[in-house]
Design a protein around this ligand. Sequence first.
Ligand SMILES: Cc1cc2nc3c(=O)[nH]c(=O)nc-3n(C[C@H](O)[C@H](O)[C@H](O)COP(=O)(O)OP(=O)(O)OC[C@H]3O[C@@H](n4cnc5c(N)ncnc54)[C@H](O)[C@@H]3O)c2cc1C
Length: 453
Amino acid sequence: MKSVAIIGAGITGLTAAFYLKRKGVPVTVFEAGARAGGVIQSIRRDSFLAEFGPNTILETSPKISQLVRDLNLESRRLDTSPDAEARFVVRGGRPVAMPSSQLGIFTSKLLSAQAKLALLREPFVTPRSDGKEESVAEFVTRRLNREFLDRMVDALVAGIYAGDPHKLSVRHALPKLFELEQKYGSLIKGQFFGARERKKTGEVAKDRAPKFSFDEGLQVLPDALATQLGDSLKLNTQVTKLLQTKDDWRISTSSSEVEHGAIIYCGTAHRLSELKIESATQLNFSAFSEIRYAPVAGVVLGFRREDVAHSCSGFGMLIPKIEGFKILGTIFSSSLFPNRAPAGHILLSSYVGGERYPELASLPPDELVKLVCEDLRVLLGVRGKPVFQNVALYPKAIPQYNVGYGKFKDLMSEIEAKAAGLFFAGHFRDGVSLGDSIGSGCNIVRRVENFLK
Ligand SMILES: Cc1cc2nc3c(=O)[nH]c(=O)nc-3n(C[C@H](O)[C@H](O)[C@H](O)COP(=O)(O)OP(=O)(O)OC[C@H]3O[C@@H](n4cnc5c(N)ncnc54)[C@H](O)[C@@H]3O)c2cc1C
């Protein structure tokens, strides 16, 4: 059987490589960096366990738990503690608990009476039918009201995309929400009727999906995949050029040229635009440089328990821009899983930058820590200095599925149709969550297998 080259050892590329290898397809994974995992990186230092990037996996699809089972990682999997269910959204300078049930929204202090009325009116708002692609902000103000946008949805998209709801496309960035209007004519009706369909497919709504990690953090997952791949994984090996030969693809790296029957590109959109390509038909990757990635700094701080007034019991807090704080949100990491902080301590992971304040993400680490401590002082009553700190900058963290993003997805499909044997998968095609990337890695295996047959 012909071999497959996989470019990028993030969770997408590793998942695709693992399943192809299990099916007996020879694979080689090329990774530019010195480690496997892409943006996933966990470190244990001074008895704290810090995640540089993602913190939890949402188990929205059976494919995710299947991967954990296939890697024999079930005994190392940690589900979030039941105490971590509470989520907070900041209003009036303090974290307010989000209602735990759908009806609870009517008694919550998070929204005014007008916003609650808008919710009651939502099932009667006529769905849009002129085909215009709306931003998340346009969609939410049309179906609900401005307060929902400024108080809830702005905070939510900061948490998922570090994005700007006025730029993000509802169709591409929040496809499930978009589909609810398309299919059921209303978000509220769709919530009820959609549950039946999800039951059939085994899919779970994001707000109900279990969240998990592993005993030594998310890095356990790419490490286990890398172990399975053994010598098939080539670290410190950036792919620089793809050349389509008569029957195959020649892949150039800084140190070698090798031929493979197919290629799966699982890297980033910005690196893709730098890749040279020569093929039978005229192909150009330069348009992918237009995909905007929001810069994000992850600031993980450990404090003595007595130095934090808030219980920090829960998942964390999201902060809408209207509240005027610099941080986008904070995860109460030591409340999620045991063993993230030594006894008598607390670990908080805050994110800075995004599309809201891109310039702040690249501040020097000490300034970032100062800025985060100042916000946490007001929001959570943090008094003392941190006893642990870890600052990680992702200058290009998360792709923004902004209005018009469909042209990039179409371009990928067009290139795949023209250049037989070249495939794209990962966070800039199939969704930005870890679950989406695992799903993307699984789905591409079927397409590549069919092609090789
Ligand atoms: C700060 C942050 C927090 C996040 N939090 C969460 C969270 O809590 N939960 C969640 O579900 N998701 C979260 N995400 C999103 C999620 O982590 C990512 O979308 C997902 O990990 C992307 O995986 P990937 O394999 O598609 O890409 P990546 O992880 O970006 O991996 C791509 C790899 O390709 C390599 N590469 C690129 N070009 C080449 C080349 N030419 N040759 C060789 N190698 C190349 C890169 O070096 C990289 O290692 C977060 C993301 C960030 C940045």
